[in-house]
Design a protein around this ligand. Structure first.
Ligand code: AMP
Length: 220
């Protein structure tokens, strides 16, 4: 069974956590452009150096850069069975490029899951977010803190705050989302692909809503 879905929603809505889980249980790759770009930044590739300028300020990396990155990733053999796209597309131009790519390969997009979370909750989550430098596991200082401060429960790695999770940059990222990404809600609604879920409940409840929306069995 193939699965091709997009997780759409503002930064801090919980897309990454849920995308990792759905991708693993569906045996398809989790394609997160933010993670791919951060890797390129850490490796200091020329793409990473270009992307960093935009990422640090909370703006979007140019469409052609991200479209190229996703195009290459979806050519990999493990993406034959599908993908969970997380953080892509983020603009109408990216959505059109993805449509063209899928059309060329005669693939169909199954669903677009929209994570609805209020702005105050997003601000709270993003500024309190900490990420493990080693395994990427995410914590929330108030609602899901690590057992030992500054250390990852999973692998013992060091926790850090993403530079773009600082208070000043977070506000800009949410504005960029409203202006450039929120128009995609209508784009996919018109194509009858959009399923809206509340991203505010506990992780397991959100996961159940996603399974229902993509037509997978829901465990009780
Ligand atoms: P994320 O981890 O998804 O919050 O992404 C972190 C940053 O990477 C964003 O603020 C953007 O600067 C950049 N980025 C990630 N995905 C995209 C995309 N699809 N288009 C443009 N920029 C992106």
């Amino acid at each position: 069974m193939s699965l091709r879905v997009i997780f759409l929603g503002p930064p801090g809505a919980g897309k990454g956590t849920q995308a990792r889980e759905l991708a693993a249980s569906s045996r398809v790759p989790h394609v997160a452009t933010g993670d791919m770009l951060r890797e390129a930044v850490a490796d200091k590739t020329s793409l990473g150096l270009e992307a960093k300028r935009y990422m640090d300020s909370g703006g979007l990396v140019p469409d052609d850069v991200v479209i190229g990155l996703v195009g290459e990733r979806l050519e990999q053999p493990d993406a034959k069975a599908g993908c969970v796209l997380d953080g892509f597309p983020r603009t109408v131009a990216q959505a059109q490029a993805l449509d063209a790519l899928f059309a060329r390969k005669s693939l169909t997009l199954d669903r677009v899951i929209y994570f609805n979370v209020s702005r105050p909750e997003l601000l709270r989550r993003l500024t309190g977010r900490r990420v493990c430098r080693t395994c990427g596991h995410t914590y929330q200082l108030v609602s899901a803190p690590p057992k030992v401060a500054g250390k990852c429960d999973v692998c013992g790695g060091e926790l850090y705050q993403r530079p773009d999770d600082s208070e000043a940059t977070v506000a800009n990222r949410l504005d960029v989302y409203e202006k450039q990404t929120a128009p995609l809600l209508d784009y996919y609604r018109e194509r009858h692909l959009l399923a809206e879920i509340s991203g505010e409940g506990p992780v397991a409840e959100v996961a159940r809503a996603i399974r229902k929306a993509v037509g997978q069995p829901v465990a009780r």
